[in-house]
Design a protein around this ligand. Structure first.
Ligand code: ATP
Length: 365
């Protein structure tokens, strides 16, 4: 196993805008790091640079402390699992798993190969399918074979490129848990690319958010959610996304499109002496005033609104409430079987998330 260090990595295709633009990231030995971001942000390119499938235009890449910029992919001892699994259709599951071992001609005895196949199959619950061909397997089983091939190599790190995106929702959930369990059991350094934020938030020790080839923030899932460094991260992480609206600060109060509120604790310092800020309200920061105790309601600032549309997700209920300038503010409701006509709601709003300099600079998010 090994650490992976990216030091100011740049990738330019032709003369165009860099697909990866100065990314630095230290991935510790055994760590599980997720690369996430919208389509085209450069996450696959970055992964392919690590594994050696793309040349590095500039910067340093180290694996286990040694610079590997010029090393061929086969000499980096990394195992990559692709979206389409890249299995050989004419080989059995056992032979697919054994493939990298046979490729290292003569390095492993036949006994050793068989033992490694058996162990990987047990880990991945493939023992009963070893004689089958990939065409006769489900998507999830194929995925596991691809992982088996990565495991037997005893690679220094696993690199996953959107491995679950071809699976249906249920299987995706199962495989997500399997990957998390396997990674914990093996303790292998893992870099995992996805644009699915559930995967990003549930799988990794840390999540690296990319945008237009640049790293925005690297943090634990919780820190990303609670302390996003800019509007992009704040809006990207969370579903339904954070509601953004302009706020005007006046002393210890702040005015939003739907009313004026006392400045929440902890926000004043972030706001500093700025007057115009962008306020981010997570859906769960809203509270249904009609469910509150009278004493609490009397203390708070409530505002009335009609609920436009509701979205019931089984364990969660979201209401979309219209305000003059913001027709689609998402608010999470506490009580699932609530009669939803014309409820008053109270906002416990928090956070002017973005640094105001970015807002003033005309950041387009
Ligand atoms: P997705 O989630 O859609 O796969 P991504 O974040 O993985 O996107 P990349 O595939 O890394 O993004 O692409 C980053 C940028 O580099 C994009 O603008 C893409 O068009 C460009 N790009 C990727 N591969 C090449 C290539 N071989 N030649 C030229 N440009 C490329």
């Amino acid at each position: 196993m090994a650490s992976i260090t990216l030091n100011n990595l740049v990738k330019k295709y032709g003369d165009g805008f860099p697909a990866v633009n100065g990314v630095s990231l230290d991935i510790a030995d055994g760590e599980f790091v997720i690369l996430v971001g919208p389509s085209g942000c450069g996450k696959s390119t970055l992964l392919r640079m690590i594994v050696g499938l793309e040349d590095i235009t500039d910067g340093d890449l180290q694996i286990g402390g040694a610079r590997v910029n010029e090393k061929a992919p086969k000499d980096r001892n990394l195992a990559m699992v692709f979206q389409n699994y890249a299995l050989y259709p004419h080989l059995t599951v056992a032979e697919n798993i054994a493939f990298p071992l046979r490729l290292a001609k003569g390095k492993f005895s036949e006994d050793e190969i068989q033992r490694k196949i058996r162990r990987a199959a047990e880990t991945l619950e493939l023992t009963d399918h070893l004689d089958r061909k990939p065409g006769n397997l489900s998507g999830g089983q194929r995925q596991r074979v691809a992982m088996g091939r990565a495991i037997v190599r005893e690679a220094d790190a696993f690199l996953f490129d959107e491995p679950l995106s071809n699976l249906d929702a249920k299987l995706r959930g199962q495989m997500r848990t399997e990957i998390a369990r396997m990674q914990r059991r093996l303790g292998t350094t893992t870099v995992y690319v996805t644009h699915d934020q559930t995967e990003a938030m549930t799988l990794g020790d840390r999540v690296a958010v990319l945008r237009k080839g640049e790293l925005q923030q690297v943090a634990s899932p919780r820190a990303l959610y609670e302390q996003p460094v800019n509007l992009f991260v704040a809006g990207f992480i969370g579903s339904p996304p954070m509601n953004f609206m302009p706020g005007e600060v006046d002393g210890d109060r702040i005015t939003l499109p739907f009313g004026s509120f006392p400045m929440p604790e902890g926000i004043a310092a972030a706001v500093g002496d700025r007057r115009l800020v962008i306020v981010g309200l997570r859906p769960e920061f809203f509270e249904d005033a009609s469910l509150m105790e009278e004493s609490k309601r009397a203390r708070g600032e409530t505002f009335g609104t009609t609920i436009d549309v509701t979205e019931w997700l089984g364990s969660e209920l979201y209401a979309y409430v219209p305000f003059e300038t913001h027709p689609d503010v998402a608010a999470k409701l506490e009580e699932l079987d609530r009669d939803l006509d014309g409820e008053g709601m109270r906002s416990q709003f928090v956070v002017a998330v973005d640094s105001a300099s970015r807002v003033r600079d005309g950041d387009d998010t």
